[in-house]
Design a protein around this ligand. Structure first.
Ligand code: NCC
Length: 274
């Protein structure tokens, strides 16, 4: 792929990376009667003005960004990232949480009892093979998200809880590959990148914190855990480095905001004339 200009990248993303959730109209979900299981309101029904996306990076520690983050109309967080005890740096508001299928499937995350996953809009994803059909994926997900999903829908039908469509994830991957000369491994984008594009489609303006690291960058992985692994910031399984290069190209915020706050500002798709 050849490198595209920032306006081209915005328009490519807006046109091709439409947020799509599993809605029960395709097999195998159609025959399984999942249309009735899905939330009645589509995800796209929510619209926000200013949104914040808070990465789980340890670089956010000692940032004092909590109040700024909470001033947004909606805040997106990831996986098991808590706010309790970290309010000064990450804020306390959570509107949407994106989780990968490990959170639902692995007992240590206590998905059915942890308060992290209640009272928020929840989106789960699982890596299907590139261009695998939904039936193959349903039979053999990376981690079994489907049983936990059904249980949670029945237990808590009022909670907006969606499964991200693999086609959406691979459309994002295509955009990342388009923006680079190198051949990227066909692994799905990180939850972080997926969340950024989701918010670009729901919000007028998106502030992203500690995706592109600030001066506080560190080899420590998460703000809420002690282990060190540089791959968390640069990527091993996910094409994280390439995701970050793309986001850097479409940042409309200042350089000082990036260095001091690890903050990137992006325009929502609604504001683009393309
Ligand atoms: O680590 P994770 O991601 O939950 O982080 C959420 C998103 O924040 C961005 N990030 C994180 C740490 C860091 N130092 N720099 C960053 O930029 C990334 O964009 C990341 O997506 C995931 O994407 O779902 C991931 O999930 C974890 C793990 O499964 C969950 O935390 C649950 O425990 C994955 N780690 C492992 O499986 C060991 C990680 O690879 C991706």
């Amino acid at each position: 792929g050849r490198r595209r200009s920032a306006p081209q990248l915005y328009c490519d993303l807006k046109r091709t990376a439409r947020v799509q959730t599993v809605d029960g109209t395709e097999e195998p979900f159609l025959s399984l009667g999942w249309a009735a299981l899905m939330p009645s309101q589509g995800l796209q029904a929510s619209e926000f003005q200013r949104c914040a996306v808070v990465m789980s990076s340890a670089a956010v520690l000692n940032s004092g960004l909590g109040a700024e983050i909470d001033s947004h109309d909606a805040v997106l967080r990831f996986n098991a990232a808590p706010t309790l005890g970290f309010e000064r740096d990450v804020g306390s508001k959570t509107t949407i949480r994106i989780i990968n299928s490990q959170i639902v499937a692995r007992p240590e995350h206590a998905f059915n009892s942890s308060s992290l996953y209640r009272n928020v809009t929840l989106l789960v994803w699982d890596p299907a093979r590139y261009s695998a059909n939904l039936t193959e994926w349903f039979r053999q997900p990376d981690f079994d998200l489907f049983s936990g999903y059904v249980e949670q829908r029945l237990r808590c039908p009022e909670q907006p809880f969606y499964i991200l469509h693999p086609q959406f994830l691979w459309a994002l991957w295509d955009r990342i590959q388009d923006n680079t000369e190198e051949r990227i491994q066909p692994n799905p984008p990180s939850s972080g990148f997926t969340g950024i594009v989701l918010m670009m489609s729901l919000c007028r303006e998106v502030s992203v914190y500690e995706f592109l690291p600030s001066v506080r960058r560190t080899d420590r992985c998460h703000y809420y855990e002690y282990y060190q692994d540089a791959a968390c910031t640069l990527g091993a399984y996910h094409p994280l480095l390439y995701e970050k290069l793309l986001i850097q190209r479409i940042n409309v915020g200042g350089r000082d905001q990036l260095t001091a706050k690890g903050k990137v500002t992006l325009s929502g798709f609604r504001t683009l004339s393309c």
